[in-house]
Structure formats: structure tokens, C-alpha cells
Design a protein around this ligand. Structure first.
Ligand code: FE2
Length: 140
């Protein structure tokens, strides 16, 4: 199901929160392009955009965690790698079977739903870690 952005997904680190919203928008765009049967090119483009966006966002997060000596960095990086593996699978199926409602739903599951769970469970952990170390709130 397509879900709207909500501020409950904010983790309190401005740059990363902004990127999460951009990630969310990219997930919506990918979903919509898959459902719009007109344009295969648009699906390919939306997929490429999602991939680039995720790469940049994960780099920002990983640099941030490294900078703040986050002990869960390695495990968190593995989740990012797993995300790309799922995205690869979706991309392959889109190329083989073409766009469908099923694949659009799967795109949302892999991108938007994954992102929401990831923010709530994993990103919140490093945010709390950083805030615990910097009680005056200079986290960003
Ligand atoms: Fe993350």
C-alpha cells in the first residue's frame, strides 16, 4: 500500500531526515512509473534514480555512523547491501516480465516499506547513540 510520509519517521538528524523524505518520494515515483504502462523508459529511469539515491543516502549514513563510532556499523551496512540485492531482483523481474500491479506492489515493499521499517528499527538506533553521546543536541 502506498503510504504518505509522516513526521513520525523523523530521526532528528536534519540531513538524514531530508534524505529519507527524498527516498520516500523516489519510492512513490517508482511505484507510479511501474503502474503507468506507457513508459518502459520511465520505469528504467525511476529505478536508476532509486539506486543512485539509495547509494548516496547510504554513504551519508555510513559516514555519519563512522564519524560517531557507532558500534552497529557493520551490521547496518549489511542491511544496506541486502537492500540492493532485493532491488536487483526486482529490476531483473521487471525486465523479464514487464510492469504489473504485482511488481509495483513488490517495488513498494522493497523500497517504501523497507525504508519505514529500516528508519524505525535501525536508523533510530544510531540516532539515539549519537544523541546519548552529545547531550546538547549538536547531532547534525
Ligand atoms: Fe540505514
Amino acid at each position: 500500500m502506498l503510504r504518505d510520509w509522516s513526521d513520525v519517521y523523523l530521526i532528528g538528524i536534519a540531513e538524514i531526515d531530508q534524505q529519507h523524505q527524498g527516498f520516500f518520494a523516489a519510492a512513490h515515483r517508482l511505484y507510479e512509473e511501474i503502474l503507468d504502462r506507457e513508459g518502459k523508459n520511465a520505469v528504467v529511469e525511476a529505478m536508476a534514480f532509486m539506486r543512485d539515491y539509495a547509494e548516496q543516502h547510504f554513504q551519508t549514513e555510513e559516514a555519519f555512523m563512522r564519524e560517531h563510532d557507532y558500534p552497529g556499523l557493520k551490521e547496518h551496512m549489511q542491511l544496506h547491501v541486502a537492500f540492493f540485492r532485493r532491488l536487483d531482483g526486482l529490476e531483473d523481474d521487471l525486465m523479464i516480465f514487464g510492469p504489473s500491479q504485482d511488481l509495483a506492489d513488490r517495488a513498494l515493499d522493497i523500497t517504501q516499506d523497507w525504508l519505514i521499517d529500516h528508519i524505525a528499527d535501525e536508523d533510530m538506533l544510531y540516532s539515539l547513540h549519537v544523541k546519548a553521546r552529545e547531550p546538547r543536541g549538536n547531532a547534525a
